[in-house]
Ligand binder design. Structure first.
Ligand SMILES: Cc1cc2nc3c(=O)[nH]c(=O)nc-3n(C[C@H](O)[C@H](O)[C@H](O)COP(=O)(O)OP(=O)(O)OC[C@H]3O[C@@H](n4cnc5c(N)ncnc54)[C@H](O)[C@@H]3O)c2cc1C
Length: 416
């Protein structure tokens, strides 16, 4: 399959079947099953929509703490002034009005896996046949880290605007520190592409400045050839890449990070701390010991510890990358499995997902990387199909334009 057909097959099919306007799917009057979805991001919004599309008589309640969702995808372009947070903001009106999802803006404070019930901060309690959790990520603690002085900007919104402002105010010969957390983390190419974007911006706006990329991992974690060429080519005089650097603590007053390789000082410090599943999943007893993400059965994304609770997106532990595109795919596998289960059947025994990923190498050029994952019965995991693995050989302006189309299609499939 060629690349354009691949992208269209990722999202295009169902959108194309729907009438363009005046169409609505009201909530079922006599529901056959009830599902509570926690978190209205890339995974949660998609599973809510597709449960309603595929499960006519399934009542869906989505609980999300923010009235509007800000996409982290594309958010590094806010740092270079090419996008705004407003461009990346999506609401829940279509899920509510078109798909008949009950949307509650509130914070889930407790999940009871045995009763299949949730408590909201407002005091409200809800019960269902199944719960789908998609609360994204939270960060592990780094002693001394102050995210107003050293923003992560890894959950887009105020943090992204803050980092953009700090970059704008940086001295002409300033030093930017950017850290890469240990794997697994959301958007594997993300920190490297952010380094490239900032470096490209530095070259024209503050040519005496530089960026030090402190990678906790032993090596560049993805697209190594591309990023190595970018770091040693157009950004050789701007980016200094250091691997195996663990951040031990931060001193916000001195703008210094203490690392296993000694102290490092910067003028603007973008620390992306190590990730773990959204705090709520750990509090719900779905994670054992030192695990950071929730073990799931990838046929339905049901938690291995609590079968009536399903976990999708960045919070679950699978062999697929932590990415919005994959969260959207996991949501569809989960919605399909639930609809089959409610009808008295079993989940599809051989699900397939796909991942498309673009990395910005400059403010006008990007690369791409594709993979298809298929269920492997022997390991009960999603395994990349070798023939499907494909990547661009270089960064181009055409890829940058395709990236905008891919993003629009992904967000439309999730929120429209
Ligand atoms: C800079 C950057 C660039 C990226 N680029 C790409 C890219 O190019 N392609 C790609 O595929 N992915 C990309 N990603 C990754 C992508 O953003 C995530 O993988 C994706 O958002 C994960 O979806 P999710 O549903 O698991 O979590 P999220 O989208 O983060 O959604 C979680 C939602 O849960 C809500 N929530 C959490 N706890 C509660 C609670 N207790 N009660 C109620 N609501 C709650 C949150 O408010 C949030 O809305 C990028 C990420 C970053 C940071």
């Amino acid at each position: 399959m060629d690349r354009r057909a691949f992208l269209i097959s990722s999202f295009g099919s169902f959108a194309a079947l729907l009438p363009s306007s005046g169409w609505a799917l009201p909530p079922p009057i006599k529901p056959k099953a009830r599902v509570i979805v926690i978190g209205g991001g890339m995974g949660g919004a998609t599973v809510a929509k597709y449960l309603r599309l595929w499960g006519d008589a399934v009542a869906v309640t989505l609980v999300e703490r923010n009235a509007r969702y800000v996409s982290s995808i594309m958010s590094s372009l806010v740092l270079t002034g090419q996008r705004t947070i407003a461009d990346l903001t999506f609401g829940y009106d279509t899920l509510r009005n078109r798909y008949g999802v009950e949307v509650i803006i509130d914070d889930v404070s407790e999940v009871d896996p045995t009763r299949v019930a949730v408590k909201l901060t407002s005091g409200k309690q809800l019960t269902a046949d199944r719960i789908v959790m998609a609360p994204g990520i939270d960060f592990e603690n780094i002693p001394g880290l102050d995210d107003t002085r050293m923003p992560h900007a890894w959950k887009a919104g105020v943090q992204t605007d803050l980092l953009a402002k700090q970059l704008g105010g940086m001295p002409e010969n300033g030093v930017v520190l950017l850290t890469v957390p240990k794997m697994p983390y959301r958007c594997p190419p993300g920190p490297y592409e952010r380094a490239c974007l900032i470096a490209d911006w530095i070259k024209t706006t503050k040519p005496r400045a530089k960026l030090i990329l402190l990678d906790t991992n032993p090596d560049i974690t993805v697209e190594k050839d591309i990023f190595t060429r970018a770091f040693s080519g157009p950004y050789a005089k701007v980016i200094e890449y250091r691997n195996d650097v663990e951040i031990i603590s931060a001193d916000a007053a001195q703008l210094t990070l203490s690392t296993n390789a000694g102290p490092v000082r910067g003028d603007v410090i973008n620390v992306i701390p190590p990730h773990r599943a959204g705090a709520l999943v750990a509090a719900s007893g779905l994670i054992a010991g030192s695990e950071r993400f929730v073990p799931v059965d990838v046929l339905s994304y049901s938690s291995k510890a609590a079968p009536n609770i399903h976990v999708i997106g960045d919070s679950c532990a699978t062999t697929q990358p932590k990415a919005g595109h994959i969260a959207n795919q996991e949501a569809k596998v989960c919605a399909d499995a639930l609809v089959r289960i409610f009808a008295g059947g079993q989940p599809d025994p051989s699900p397939v997902t796909n991942s498309a990923c673009y990395s910005t190498i400059s403010r006008t050029e990007a690369t791409w990387l594709n993979a298809v994952f298929q269920f492997d019965a022997a390991t009960r995991s999603m395994v990349a199909v070798p023939k499907s693995l494909a990547a661009s050989q270089n960064w181009t302006a055409e890829n940058f334009k395709d990236m905008a189309k891919w993003f629009a299609a992904l967000m439309a499939d999730t929120f429209s």
